[in-house]
Ligand binder design. Structure first.
Ligand code: ADP
Ligand code: MG
Length: 287
C-alpha cells in the first residue's frame, strides 16, 4: 500500500510539535483516513532528497507496534509523510486528561512499546525520541511508536542543540557525552532509558526532571540528568514497578536490559493472560 501525499484532502489539524504540523487527511479515491506530517526544511534539495531516500528504507518497517508510513513527498521546501492515523491521539494527550495512570495500564503500555522497540532494535533502528507524545493510541487499544527513524534522520542533519530543544528531558546521560556516541550500547540502551522516564511520567503525571509546568531548559536538564541520582518510582508503587524502573534508569547504559529481556520482567508478565483493557483510558479521548 503506497499513498501519494498529492492524493489527499486536508480535513483538520491534529497537532503540532517541534518538527512540524500534523493533519488529519482523507484519500480522495479510497476515502481512507491518514495523518499527514508536514516538516519545513531549510535544506538544499539534495539534502531533502537524501532524507527521502532514507525514509524509503524506513518505510519498510512493518510491525503492529510501530506507526506505519505509507508514503512521502517533497514539495516547496516541505517534506510530508503519510502516516497511519491513530484516532485516540498520543500518550501525552491521555496524560492531560487522566493526570496519572495506574500500574495495570502502565504495564500494558510498556508491553506494547517494548514490542515496538524490540522490532526496531532487531532491525538496527534506534528511535532516539521516545516520549509520551511519540506513543500513539487507537480505538483498538493499540499503542504504537511514532516518529521512528524520522527523528534520527532529521537529527543527523541538524545541530543537536536545536533539534532536541524541549525534548532532551527524555535523553539518557550518555547521550550528553560526546565520547559515547557510536558506542555499542548507547543507541539501543538510550531508548530503554527514555521508556523508563516516559513510564515514570505516566505514573506521576509529570516529567521526573521537570517540575509541574516548568519549561525545558537545556543546561539545567543536562546537569540534572548527568549529575543527580536517576529518578525512581514513587514509594507506594509495587515492587515489580520499582524494579522495572530502576533497571531502565541505570546511568551505565551497558547495565540496562534489552527490550526483549524486559518483556519477561515480572512487571510485564504478572497479569499474564488477562490482558488489560485500555478502553477506560481511551473513552474520553475523541480525536
Ligand atoms: P511531537 O512528537 O514533538 O509532539 P509531532 O509533530 O510528532 O510532534 O506530533 C504532534 C502531535 O500530532 C502529536 O502529539 C499527536 O497528538 C499528533 N499526531 C502525530 N502523529 C499522529 C498520527 N499518526 N495519528 C494521529 N495523531 C498524530
Ligand atoms: Mg512526534
Amino acid at each position: 500500500e503506497v499513498v501519494d501525499p498529492e492524493d489527499l484532502i486536508k480535513m483538520r489539524p491534529l497537532g503540532h510539535g517541534s518538527s512540524g504540523k500534523v493533519y488529519l487527511v482523507q484519500h480522495k479515491a479510497t476515502e481512507k483516513l491518514y495523518a499527514l506530517k508536514v516538516i519545513q526544511v531549510k535544506h538544499e534539495p539534495s539534502v531533502s532528497k537524501q532524507i527521502l531516500t532514507e525514509v524509503d528504507i524506513l518505510r519498510r518497517a512493518n510491525s503492529p507496534y510501530v506507526v506505519r508510513c505509507y508514503g512521502s513527498g517533497d514539495k516547496g521546501g516541505q517534506i510530508s509523510f503519510v502516516l497511519e492515523y491513530m484516532d485516540r491521539g498520543s500518550l501525552a494527550n491521555v496524560l492531560e486528561k487522566h493526570k496519572a495512570l495506574g500500574e495495570p495500564y502502565l504495564a500494558e503500555v510498556a508491553r506494547q512499546v517494548l514490542n515496538g522497540l524490540h522490532y526496531l532494535h532487531i532491525n538496527k533502528i534506534v528511535h532516539r525520541d521516545i516520549k509520551p507524545s511519540n506513543l500513539l493510541l487507537n480505538h483498538k487499544q493499540e499503542v504504537k511508536i511514532a516518529d521512528f527513524g524520522v527523528s534520527t534522520i532529521l537529527a543527523s542533519t541538524m545541530a543537536p542543540c536545536t533539534s532536541f530543544v524541549g525534548t532532551c528531558a527524555y535523553m539518557s546521560p550518555e547521550r550528553f557525552d560526546p565520547d559515547s556516541h557510536g558506542g555499542i550500547y548507547s543507541g539501543y540502551a538510550a531508548d530503554i532509558w527514555s521508556l523508563g522516564l516516559t513510564l515514570l511520567e505516566c505514573a506521576t503525571g509529570h516529567c521526573p526532571f521537570l517540575s509541574q509546568g516548568e519549561k525545558a531548559d537545556w543546561p539545567k536538564l543536562m546537569v540534572a540528568i548527568c549529575y543527580s541520582d536517576p529518578p525512581s518510582a514513587p514509594a507506594d508503587s509495587s515492587p515489580e514497578f520499582k524494579d522495572f524502573i530502576s533497571k531502565c534508569l541505570q546511568k551505565d547504559p551497558a547495565l540496562r536490559p534489552r527490550a526483549c529481556s524486559l518483556l519477561s520482567h515480572p512487571f510485564i508478565t504478572k497479569d499474564n493472560g488477562s490482558s488489560v483493557d485500555l478502553s477506560v483510558l481511551l473513552q474520553s479521548m475523541s480525536l
